[in-house]
Write a protein that binds this ligand. Structure first.
Ligand SMILES: [Zn+2]
Length: 154
């Protein structure tokens, strides 16, 4: 079950898969993070950590079920990708890379829905996302449509 959670003035989706009972959701949630770990570790090793070493991105904080990273302002990555392309953020397993610290509510909700998709699909998320992207493109992509529906809670 997903619900909105107020945190520091913002509302985020709480990554609670089973809610009733004191600890009923915790084992399922832990299993989701374990299931998503291959994607998270691969994204960390192949993208986030090398980009951190190159001072292009930096870890920001763990918040509401996701490890948030930021593109470093003024970096080449920010100039070439974040600013000019209009790209705002991407979910990489259980990590979310935001293009800026503007931290728009709709974007936070959208990316956290992708984290939930990662917890459910685990290592199948990336190949499934790619296949669906080839079939439907970005606008009609079922996982993107699902993530956009999460924005409607705003
Ligand atoms: Zn998306």
């Amino acid at each position: 079950m997903l619900r909105l959670l107020e945190t520091g003035g913002w509302y985020y989706e709480e990554l609670r898969i089973v809610s009733p009972g004191p600890d009923r959701g915790q084992p399922v949630k832990r299993l989701g993070y374990l299931w998503a770990a291959p994607t998270t570790v691969a994204c960390l090793m192949l993208f986030l950590l090398p980009m951190w070493v190159l001072s292009q991105v930096r870890p920001e904080r763990w918040r509401d079920g996701a490890w948030e990273w930021l593109v470093v302002p003024g970096s080449g990555f920010e100039r070439r990708w974040a600013r000019e392309s209009g790209w705002c953020g991407v979910t990489l397993g259980c990590c979310i890379l935001f293009a800026s610290d503007a931290d728009a509510l709709r974007l936070a909700l959208h990316e956290r829905r992708h984290v939930v998709q990662n917890l459910i699909l685990g290592p199948l998320f990336m190949p499934l996302y790619a296949l669906l992207w080839l079939a439907y493109g970005y606008e009609r992509h079922p996982l993107e449509r699902d993530a956009r529906s999460a924005e409607d809670g705003v």
